[in-house]
Design a protein around this ligand. Structure first.
Ligand SMILES: Nc1ncnc2c1ncn2[C@@H]1O[C@H](COP(=O)(O)OP(=O)(O)OP(=O)(O)O)[C@@H](O)[C@H]1O
Ligand SMILES: N[C@@H](CCO)C(=O)O
Length: 321
């Protein structure tokens, strides 16, 4: 459950009075997710998602995210659309938080992932990269390599209270990446959080893509590395080469990878594993008082990082062209 900010009925009624979607019939906090306060909002005109943006979303970035969703929808991606109020605004304030209403997307997140799910996710990611290619607004990635030192400093040696040796693993990985992090790969708009809970499968339809709130401008192959980590390990956090082969080859068919992107995948996967290890670790060590949230376990990503540290080339992921 992730509800950091509750919404009293009369505040919600006042907020909705500015929209043309009818009165609220129900508004329920949503269990999944850890970053924002999400509610399933049903009004007289149908289902919506009400989101109150929390600590990791900068209000100034919201026009980028909402504009990107509209751009992707216009370019064939099945994703939510922001609902604009009577003044044409997609972004408001509710209970002291920036807030927006988006359309509800049908579909289910895959609970038991298989190679088919991974192939669909790989293709969906590549289609998203192609669809967003001409989105005109840049947004630096605050959670790329340049942001990891400060996250590591926030956790500091408290990391070892979560798992013995974790602070050493983090500092060693940061040192390794400092000299090898790529800086000349193809760049564009990336989703940066395309985990299974952000892809909604529905038979006969392209997968729905939600949660654009980490989208930014960065290396496209880094987004693929984030997906390899999120989709291609089993419940015991062991790499599944069949899933990896399915995901990478489906991506490559929809947006052919360049040779230097292929060669860089192992280092990108290490960096992507470190990024989510660090954000999960910081959240794990600092759950706000009273928040209804189940933080995600950082040790899942220390396992994945250890795996990638043993990978010497991309063929080890089960895929080669
Ligand atoms: N437009 C939508 N249509 C249908 N369901 C949605 C939509 N947006 C969000 N959800 C549901 O709400 C859940 C949480 O949403 P979201 O992933 O955006 O939250 P979050 O706090 O950013 O979570 P995280 O970043 O940890 O994935 C999703 O997993 C999905 O079940
Ligand atoms: N998808 C992220 C949470 C949002 O950044 C994780 O699983 O750590």
């Amino acid at each position: 459950m992730a509800v950091y900010t509750s919404v009293p009925e009369d505040d919600l009624a006042h907020f909705l009075a500015g929209y043309d979607i009818g009165q609220a019939l129900a508004c329920k906090g949503i269990a999944e997710g850890v970053e924002n306060s999400n509610f399933l909002l049903r009004t007289e005109t149908g289902p919506f998602i009400l989101t109150l943006y929390e600590k990791r979303v900068d209000r100034g970035d919201l026009p980028f995210f909402l504009g990107l969703m509209e751009h992707c929808a216009r370019n064939g991606i099945r994703c939510p659309l922001p609902v604009r109020d009577r003044t044409g605004e997609a972004l408001g304030m509710l209970c002291g938080r920036p807030a927006a209403i988006v359309t509800f997307l049908d579909g289910m997140s895959g609970s038991r992932l298989d190679a088919e799910h991974c192939a669909e996710a790989g293709e969906a990611l590549a289609r998203l990269h192609v669809a967003a290619r001409d989105f005109p607004v840049p947004r630096p990635n605050a959670l790329s390599f340049s942001g990891w030192d400060s996250l590591a400093a926030q956790a500091g040696t408290r990391a070892d209270s979560v798992e013995a040796g974790l602070s050493a693993l983090i500092s060693t990985t940061l040192d390794d990446l400092r000299g090898t992090w790529p800086d000349s790969l193809p760049r564009g708009v990336i989703h940066a959080d395309l985990f299974p809970d952000n892809v909604l499968f529905l038979s006969g339809r392209t997968p729905g893509i939600i949660d654009f709130y980490f989208a930014c401008t960065d290396m496209l192959a880094y987004d693929l590395a984030i997906c390899i980590n999120a989709w291609c390990f089993d419940a015991e956090h062991r790499y599944d080469a069949e899933r990896g082969q399915a995901l990478i080859s489906a991506y490559d068919r929809a947006r052919p990878l360049e040779a230097d992107e292929i060669a860089a995948l192992p280092v990108l996967c290490r960096g992507a594993a470190l990024r989510f290890l660090l954000t999960r670790l910081v959240d794990w060590l600092s759950v706000p008082e009273g928040a209804l949230v189940q933080p995600k376990d950082p040790r899942e990503y220390s396992r994945k990082l250890e795996f990638h540290r043993g990978v010497s080339n991309t063929a080890d992921y089960g895929w080669s062209r």
